[in-house]
Design a binder for this molecule. Sequence first.
Ligand code: CP
Ligand code: NVA
Length: 301
Amino acid sequence: MMKNFVSICDLTRDDISDLIQLALRLKDERKRGRFSRALEHKTVAMIFEKPSTRTRTAFEVAITELGGHPLYLSWNELQLGRGEAVADTARVLSRYVSGIVIRADRHSTVTEMASNASVPVINALSDREHPCQLLADLMTIYEKKGKLRDMKLAWIGDGNNVCNSAILACAIMGLSIDVACPPGYEPNGEVVRTAQAVGHVRVLTEPLEAAAAADVLYTDTWVSMGDEATAAQRTRDLSAYCIDKHVLHAAKDDAIVLHCLPAHRGCEITDEVIDGPHSAVLDQAENRLHTQKALLKKLLV
Ligand code: CP
Ligand code: NVA
């Protein structure tokens, strides 16, 4: 197992399969009131440069339930907010804590933290990737479908950070992925080329073409954190990229619908779909807890 979790590519297919199995076991144990004390006497720093509901809460609960101490550090209350170097912060925090979770605007901030820290660093979302999200997504697909290999996922909407991680995760785990996005909203080109070298990835423009015979439909906001200045333009450009009943109808009859949340109901997904029988979004959100707990056990213990 690697030291850091900066990209979903830091894990092999076997690593991800092992993490999903561990997360399933931890989920079952939690239901039965059984908890491991694997992080006893360990503190994990959690640096957030942007807001978070799921990632922060799931990590805080996971660390607490493992007997450790989560230390939430808001960017602007750290000296980072006044310009202290990321590298110096990484070296200093490494003297105190057993691991660093970081959500940052720029992916380079996460990689700089990882290359200067002597403790494991976990990417809790950057502008390029959201690897923790994909662990929960893969676990959810596995729970609902009983397998990952040869499943077909359709991403509808902005080719953003979550989409990049989804493309890489599908390539690693043997799912095919079709992305439907308007011109100018394609996922990262390097990510697509890397994934196409080992997996089946298509970048299309038609939502119904991408959704055809899909096992999993996935979408995310049209306006990610940091994109607020262009929100109106994005909303116009992406208005045809909504998972509604027509897109759902194009997918397999037993397709599941994922959304990493927060959702913008009536934009990238309709109420009818997100609240409907195909939606797996609450299980997906819950699985953030179990997969992040599994990740912490593998990296920090
Ligand atoms: N999906 C996700 O990462 O949500 P938060 O931004 O609330 O952490
Ligand atoms: N793409 C979204 C994901 C939020 C969890 C963002 O970066 O804001």
